[in-house]
Design a protein. Sequence first.
Length: 279
Amino acid sequence: MTNVTEPTLFRLRVAYPKLGRLKYLGHLELIHTVEQIVRRAKLPYAVTQGFSPHMRIAYTSALPVGTSSTAEYFDVYLTELVPAEQALCQLQAAAPVDMRPLAAGYVELRRPALTAEIDEVHYLLELIVAPGASVAEGELAQVLSGWFEHGAVIPYRRGKKNKSLDIAHVLKGARHAVAPDGNIWLELATRCDNDGSLRPEILIAALDQALRGLDPGVGEEIVSTGIQRLTVFSSYLVERCSQRIACDGGGVSYPLGRELCAPSGSLAARVRVDALSNL
């Protein structure tokens, strides 16, 4: 009887952004694009067993279409140990500018999957105030702090199902500022677990209603998909700027062991995060 041994595999973790027009790629289109990048980079990737073998690769949770990111990750399994710096250079040469990888490194094979490991996600929002409307710093702070203090639960609809957003559970913290041009900057620290995660457009719609004196999700319906019905804001930009892992003792770590630098062209590179105020 012949002994069949498992081939030696190496788990390469890659950080990359999703910017510009590429933020409109759906998750399946993103998967197809990343796999093309790996093939063009000529990395010795592993494939699954069975009748329909495919690349052994895993991703972080899907981004809503239209949301950009400076902190996406994928794990690709290689059959040969390629130096991480060399693999990164090959991937960068094969990728479009708005998805050019930022960093790469090897992680343990037995380490939990990205979707199981990451439990805190940060978003950066720029809310463009509509012509004729204005939002005062104190007014914004009052709404946000009120949601935290009173444990607001915001009803919304997703498809045919009625759901609710539990602010106290999903939102760990927020920082805000009214910019000199009157627009609003928000950084949201959100919890990501089996009970769900925050869809920023729901909170944006709720904030728009609250600033008009309505009870969010009650005065007007909030729908989790599609274009939100906004009055105070004419448009908005949303960017996932950090994904983190909670550590014992209350600290945090990152999927590649360090925080990533925001690439040029991103919202994080443009917004003065140091000007944001904690609630």
